[in-house]
Design a protein around this ligand. Structure first.
Ligand SMILES: NC(=O)c1ccc[n+]([C@@H]2O[C@H](COP(=O)([O-])OP(=O)(O)OC[C@H]3O[C@@H](n4cnc5c(N)ncnc54)[C@H](O)[C@@H]3O)[C@@H](O)[C@H]2O)c1
Length: 279
């Protein structure tokens, strides 16, 4: 993935530790990269052990922060508790940041969607996000010094999208979790916000569609596909001192896709773009 984190101060996260789930590749890796570039210690979780080791080695070669591999299933509640305890016990840094990024995208026709597929979505997107947030919040409450929790939602949690019914429903619930928790976490000085990416070019989405970037550069009003660093920059805003009074929000990082409704004019515009080829 591209490396566009040069704008950052190298010590903005110095002395802080963070957990990022599902971070061996894609958006999670981009977020971990952002945090390490700012001097954080990142507990980098992924279910895929070799990829986790590779990601950690890459981040540690760059610094100035560090990454620590923590392989396992981010939908397993006992594993989540152990991961938070591990992050909180690290020496030389204070546990302050959690990014619940791991998520399962299951495409499927609504009429044929199986209980098994539904369960996979619910286990990771809902149960994993909920209990990571709960475990982290308990730890932050015990530390009594505030903290920042970021949940990764999706623009399809707000807009109907073909064959993503269960996924969209789960992402809508994630945005609601952020809103709901203002009551529980606000008094503790813990902010909780949701970053909702639009179509983002990752290793996974590049496999979904060979011209993923070309197609989305035509559909997104800003004329380009999203990149993991776009999402990481939005996470960075919620982690910044400037966002200390911002909680319960959902921020779309989608080049404007969520803002428009399809119209006859837009259909014509797409036809014109198709004639010209990708921009
Ligand atoms: N890429 C997009 O276009 C897009 C758009 C909107 C929202 N999102 C959301 O952003 C997040 C990251 O998306 P992505 O496309 O980078 O992800 P991805 O599907 O590429 O997966 C990223 C990583 O998560 C790991 N993972 C899968 N199951 C896991 C589990 N149970 N425990 C721990 N790790 C696990 C995978 O091994 C992989 O390395 C997800 O929550 C996704 O729903 C992505």
């Amino acid at each position: 993935m591209n490396d566009k984190h040069e704008y950052m101060d190298v010590d903005v996260y110095a002395g802080k530790s963070a957990i990022v789930t599902g971070a061996a590749r894609g958006i999670g890796f981009g977020i971990a990269q952002h945090l390490v570039a700012g001097g954080a210690t990142v507990v980098l979780n992924d279910v895929d052990a070799p990829s986790t080791e590779r990601a950690v080695a890459e981040l540690n070669a760059r610094g100035p922060g560090r990454a620590i591999a923590y392989t396992g299933d981010a939908s397993d509640v006992d594993f989540i508790y152990a991961m938070v305890a591990h992050a909180a016990g690290l020496e030389g840094c204070r546990f302050e940041i959690v990014v619940a990024n791991a998520g399962r995208t299951e495409f499927g026709d609504f009429f044929d969607f199986t209980e098994e597929s539904f369960q996979k979505v619910v286990d990771l997107n809902l149960k994993g996000t909920f209990f990571l947030t709960q475990a982290a919040a308990r730890q932050l409450r015990a530390q009594a010094a505030g903290g920042r929790i970021i949940l990764i939602g999706s623009n399809v949690g707000s807009r109907a999208y073909n064959n993503l019914t269960a996924y969209g429903m789960s992402k809508a619930a994630i945005a609601m979790l952020a809103r709901q928790l203002v009551l529980d976490l606000g008094p503790l000085g813990i902010t909780v916000n949701c970053v909702a990416p639009g179509a983002t070019l990752t290793e996974r989405t590049a496999l979904e569609e060979p011209d993923y970037a070309g197609i989305w550069s035509q559909l997104n009003p800003d004329g380009r596909v999203g990149l993991p660093e776009d999402v990481a920059a939005a996470v960075g805003f919620f982690l910044s001192p400037a966002a200390g009074h911002v909680t319960g929000q959902e921020l779309f990082v989608d080049g404007g896709w969520t803002g428009y409704a399809p119209s006859p004019y837009f259909a014509e515009q797409i036809r014109q773009w198709e004639k010209k080829g990708p921009r």
